[in-house]
Design a protein around this ligand. Structure first.
Ligand code: UGA
Length: 442
């Protein structure tokens, strides 16, 4: 099939490449000419395992192309994906200006019936708004005879495993009331619908809400565990034992119950906020979601609080080694990252930071490059040199078995503040470290 994807961010680019890889002919459209040029040369704007070869191979095979020419893009596809950003506006609602501008562009250039797919995470009711926008432009063009449908087809990929998630989806949600559209979408996704039925067809609004409900449920699990970790710390219990104890119940499960320094990234914080906002727009008080958000905001300050208490507020002039800047491993993304809350609080208190991350150094440079209080180090060992203590914010694999003797030697005090519970408290005590973790008594 011929497919057009508007937006070459995480969702659009991965989706475009995956669809091309199973044999569809995909054109990705973006306004950013520089980005499009680089993509044509196989230069990927984000760090995402497996994406670069996929883009290069499919581009070389002529199945995946990139353009800034929206008109040509619309002409190409029989299905048009909208996969542009929906950043939060100042009151927490998802800002739909990019989605609606793509909808208008599609309507401006379409010359045949079209299936328009909302792939971006958009509030319930957006498909109706997109439908109205397309109808309005067609009306203005005097082309009311052109038929179209707007489908909600949310994406569930995770950064860091986006390619694998997209290649082997748990489920494919298709929100449409039209049998014809359902058929088109079934054909499009047939290569991914193997082994067992993964396609779930529902009405548009339910599909839109499914996306938010999934992310909010996962965010709730995390905030719940962080609350339990705080309790465990104060009650003399060990959250790691508790985690295993409850995870063994299949109704609870082991996924997404790791306590830590709070969830970050471009999805959970934004989506929880947006659903709270959607609820308040219809005069519904989303009490649970507000609690999830509040717990998360507080959790992001937990490492700083532990550091502050340990040094009795005397942080001015001290230097801290920080391992991990990305909001989670296997990405260079620092959006809403707990590392930012930590570093900004340390700077505010007069401390300096020597930081290392396996992938997010460029991003850190872009965000904070000019600050004297931050040194970006080439290795995790270099970050330790002359630092008072080590603070671990992201659970990169390469941090799991470090050379503890070297850490001990390089830090002026052998103290570790671990926001991801990477090590065993008893073992750390045995090695002579003062070790702080999350929800464990060390
Ligand atoms: C999330 C969802 O997991 C995807 O299913 C969804 O498609 C995506 O948002 C989206 O809406 O686009 P992502 O934000 O890439 O994916 O990252 P996650 O792996 O879900 O992690 C989110 C945050 O939760 C991270 O900061 C992570 O450290 C934290 N987390 C995760 C915990 O603190 N504890 C856990 O047990 C799991």
């Amino acid at each position: 099939m011929n497919i057009t994807v508007f937006g070459t961010g995480y969702v659009g680019l991965v989706q475009g490449a995956i669809l091309a890889d199973v044999g569809h002919h995909v054109v990705c459209v973006d306004l950013d000419a520089d980005k499009i040029e680089r993509l044509k040369q196989g230069i990927i704007p984000i760090y995402e395992p497996g994406l670069e070869p996929l883009v290069k191979e499919n581009h070389a095979a002529g199945r995946l192309d990139f353009t800034t020419d929206a008109a040509a893009g619309v002409q190409h596809g029989q299905v048009q994906f909208i996969a542009v950003g929906t950043p939060p506006d100042e009151n927490g609602s998802a800002d739909l200006q990019y989605v609606l501008s793509v909808a208008a562009t599609i309507a401006e250039h379409m010359e045949r019936d079209q299936v328009i797919v909302d792939k971006s995470t958009v509030p319930v009711g957006t498909a109706d708004t997109v439908r109205a926008k397309v109808a309005e432009v067609l009306e203005r063009r005097g082309r009311r005879e052109l038929g179209f449908d707007v489908v909600s087809n949310p994406e569930f990929l995770k950064e860091g495993s986006a390619v694998a998630d997209c290649q082997k989806p748990d489920r494919i949600i298709i929100g449409t009331e039209s049998e014809e559209t359902e058929e088109v979408m079934r054909e499009l996704y047939a290569p991914f619908n193997r082994n067992h039925e993964k396609i779930i067809v529902m009405d548009v609004r339910s599909a839109e809400l499914t996306k938010y409900a999934a992310n909010c449920m996962l965010a709730t699990k995390i905030s719940f565990m962080n609350e339990m970790a705080n309790l465990a710390e104060r009650l003399g219990a060990d959250i790691e034992a508790v985690r295993q104890g409850i995870g063994s119940d299949p109704r609870i499960g082991y996924h997404f119950i790791y306590p830590g320094v709070g969830y970050g990234g471009s999805c959970f914080p934004k989506d929880v906020q947006a659903l709270i906002r959607t609820a308040s727009d219809i005069d519904f008080d989303a009490k649970m979601l507000k609690a999830v958000e509040a717990r998360n905001a507080e959790q992001k300050t937990t490492l700083f609080q532990k550091i502050h208490t340990h040094y009795q507020g005397d942080l001015a002039g001290k230097t801290f080694a920080v391992w991990g800047l990305a909001f989670k491993p296997n990405t260079d993304d620092m959006r809403e990252a707990p590392s930012r809350v930590l570093m900004e609080a340390l700077w505010e208190a007069g401390a300096k930071v020597q930081a290392y991350d396996p992938e997010a150094m460029e991003e850190a440079q872009r965000l904070y490059g000019n600050r004297d209080e931050l040194s970006l180090c080439g290795t995790k060992e270099a970050a330790l040199k002359g630092a008072t203590a080590l603070v671990i914010v992201t659970e990169w694999q390469s941090f799991r078995a470090p050379d503890f003797d070297l850490i001990n030697e390089r830090l002026s005090e052998p103290t570790i503040f671990d926001g991801r519970n990477l090590y065993e408290p008893k073992r750390m005590a045995h090695k002579g470290f003062t070790y702080y973790s999350i929800g464990r008594n060390s």
